[in-house]
Design a protein around this ligand. Sequence first.
Ligand code: T6T
Length: 336
Amino acid sequence: MGTKDPVKAKRWRSQVGTLALSVLSATVMTAALPGATTASAATKFTFVLVPGTTVDPFYITMHMGAATEAKRLGVALKWEGATGGGATDQIPVVNSILASKPSALLIAPTDSVALFRPIDACVKAGIPVIAVDTTLANTSILTAAISSDNYQGGEVAADTLAKLAREKGDVAVVNVSYGVSTTDLRQAGFLAEMKKYSHMKVVATVYDEDSQTTAEADTRSLILANPSLDGIFATNLYSAEGAGKGVLALGDKGKVFVAGYDAEPAEVSLLKQGVINVLVIQQPAAEGSLAVQYAYHEVTGNKGAIVKSTLLPNIVATTATANSPSVATYFYKTSF
Ligand code: T6T
């Protein structure tokens, strides 16, 4: 079974792992974990969750899931990070955590290479590290890595835009920043899938450094520079919100189609208006919850229950399904 393509093979394996895991985690969810006794356990373990940024609804929703699981297990959970989303913002945070020596570090590395050394210093100091959402280029030092199926999300975006554009025309990508493992994979999945449509062309890829304003300005320029542009793939929350606002501002709703990622309120509103046509939604709360569970397995010696690499499935929402309650449960929180 599986496939020769290593990415797909790994994905296939982890999906099986995920399936098995989701069954497992459902079981674990209802039963007391070995060693999970009274509140006294709370003081015994302290985990720190470091998001890509502290203001991003994706990570705020992840925090909510992690905090719920930490409470259930009687573990103290700290939330430490920067509002900026770059390696220069995150490295000092990791260095200060090293000094505080928590029981485990759960982190979304903002750069797959630049964060290796600060994270490795934590591991060498005996702090197990779990990557959640983004990861490192070299994962050998990690206890586990949890994310969503980013490559497949890019493929879904390509197929949806191709269908909307009747498999003819030009498209562009509005991405975040090179070196962010998740959005790089989304772009890779999109470009590979687009190759299947011989009458379609990717005319440009731009980077908005995680800024919605820049994404909007880039989108306007892309449309003005490419009058026959039919579609835009915006690889994350801020990119999608910006791309949608750019299309709306130029009056191109229904002419330039938008496939976006994530589900914070402004994006969801643009999806319901038909400005954004499809959103690939992740499960940040489940990622956060699983990361706490794996950290708990690690520190209580239940290492056999840890799956090294997990990709949680995506939820795809369109303008037509955006109002359905089953989809709305996956919309992100802006605070908790
Ligand atoms: O798309 C998510 C996350 O998966 C990605 O790694 C960075 O951007 C978000 O946090 C959304 O802003």
